[in-house]
Design a protein around this ligand. Structure first.
Ligand code: TMP
Length: 266
């Protein structure tokens, strides 16, 4: 039996050579990091849940015409994807003030923004992924003007779609991160959505209670991250036997108690 070739190992995923040229296998780990890998840990079962959630989100996005790297899920922790050249930018969309925006500008977390903000961060761990302007992106040739036009228009469409999708399951999409890559066809390339969309790279708040259902539980040592990730998957109808109707109003009291680590009230 031959061992498959590892192409890249990141903080939460490993990429292996795929079965055909131009494909890769994306493996989802349980490892979690925060604050540019200053905090490290694992979230039990996270890889399995994120694989399912990302499959679901990328499939839904492809149905509205967003080109993505996703081909198909292979098993619990792996999916087959198209090989792309990753554009070295983290594209962050914000609907509500939170996280680094609140810290940097002194805006209270939870304040709805008058319109969606799009921000760019240069992907460089050694520099701590600094925020950059489109001027820097053009100046250092990280992406062309045309590519940035495609990225920003896709990002806004993705945000509009996902805000509605999550609202349908009583979740507020506060902010999230996207990555894009170049898919080559001979001398030409086009930009497609890559990486993953999961509670690792989104802020997801329960609409009724404000409960955090994302990686902030890990970043802020709140506990209950496994349950929070499972709750998102369950509401999306991705956990067998535990799915609910989209839009159904849920009684979260027992979940809230579990998320806080206290037994549910009888
Ligand atoms: P921030 O408030 O820390 O800048 O993060 C904004 C959103 O983008 C949040 O949902 C987390 C996500 N994000 C990542 O997943 N990875 C990153 O490297 C950055 C900068 C943000």
């Amino acid at each position: 039996m031959s061992r498959r070739r590892q192409i890249y190992e990141g903080k939460a995923k490993i990429l292996y050579e795929g079965p055909e040229p131009g494909t890769l296998i994306q493996y989802f780990k349980d490892d979690a990091t925060a604050n540019n890998a200053e905090k490290r840990g694992t979230i039990n079962g996270k890889g399995v849940i994120n694989n399912r959630i990302s499959e679901h989100v990328f499939t839904r996005l492809s149905h509205i015409g967003i080109p993505t790297h996703f081909i198909r899920r292979l098993n619990m922790r792996e999916q087959l994807v198209r090989q792309v050249e990753i554009i070295p930018l983290e594209v962050v969309l914000r609907n509500v003030a939170a996280g680094s925006l609140s810290k940097r500008l002194g805006i209270e977390e939870g304040e709805p923004l008058p319109h969606t903000l799009i921000e760019y961060y240069y992907k460089d761990d050694a520099l701590g992924d600094p925020m950059v302007a489109e001027e820097h992106i053009a100046c250092f040739n990280w992406a062309s003007h045309e590519e940035m036009h495609d990225i920003s228009s896709m990002a806004i469409r993705i945000n509009d779609f996902l805000v509605g999708m999550f609202a349908g399951i009583n979740i507020r999409l506060v902010d999230f991160k996207l990555e894009f890559g170049r898919l080559y066809d001979g001398d030409y390339s086009r930009v497609i959505l890559a990486d993953e969309i999961s509670p690792d790279g989104c802020r997801l708040w329960d609409m009724a209670t404000g409960e955090k259902l994302d990686k902030d539980r890990f970043r802020r040592d709140m506990g209950g991250e496994e349950e929070a990730y499972r709750e998102v998957a369950r509401r999306l109808g991705l956990l067998q036997g535990e799915d609910n109707q989209p839009g159904e109003v849920l009684d979260l009291s027992s979940h809230r108690s579990r998320l806080r680590g206290t037994p549910p009230k009888k």
